[in-house]
Design a protein around this ligand. Sequence first.
Ligand code: 5GP
Length: 183
Amino acid sequence: MDLRDVSDDLSQVLYTKSQLDERLAEIAAQIDADYERKDLLLVGVLNGAVMVMADLSRALSIHCEMDWMAISSYGSGTSSSGVVRILKDLNSNLLGRHVLVVEDIVDTGLTLAYLLENLRSRKPASLEVMAMFRKPEAARNDIEVKYVGFDIPNEFVVGYGLDYAGRYRNLSGLGTLAPHVYS
Ligand code: 5GP
C-alpha cells in the first residue's frame, strides 16, 4: 500500500519508503561496524517491528539471527501503562549473546523499559536497542536507544508496521492519521 492509496486518511506524510530505506542503510552500516565478528541476535517485537526487522536485517552485511517476542500492554486505549504480558516468548537462549532489540516506535518508553529489564535478567553479553521512530516529547524515562531512525512529533502515526485498529501496517511510508478516521 502506497501513501497515495490512503492520502485522504492522512493529515501529513512524514516519511516515504525511500527516505526510510535511506536512513536504514545508514543505521545498518553502523551496526555492521559495531557488531563485526560478533554473534548478533536481532529480537523483534511483534507485530509492529515486522517491517523494520525485514528491511534492517536485509540491509546488514554481517550475519545475524532473528527471534521474536509478542507482548501485550495493559494500557487502556492509546496510552501505555508499561505493564506488559508476554504472549509469545523467544525461542533462543540469550545467555552470552549480543542482543539488539528491534522496535517500531518508542513512545513513552514504558514498554521498552519493561522488556529490557526482562531480557537483561537472561544475562546476554550485550543488550542494545534500535528503534525506527521515537517521540522524544512523550518520553517518561531516559532509556538509551542506541540506534534511532527518526525522532518524530508527539502525534499518532501509522504505516511501516504501525497500525490503527489493525489497519495501515502494510502502508509503505509513515504518516499522521487524520482526525476524521478515528473520531
Ligand atoms: P510506549 O510504551 O513506548 O508508550 O508504547 C509502545 C507501543 O505503543 C509501540 O510499540 C506501539 O505499538 C504503540 N504506539 C506508540 N505510539 C504509537 C503511534 O504513534 N502509532 C501507533 N500505531 N502505535 C503507537
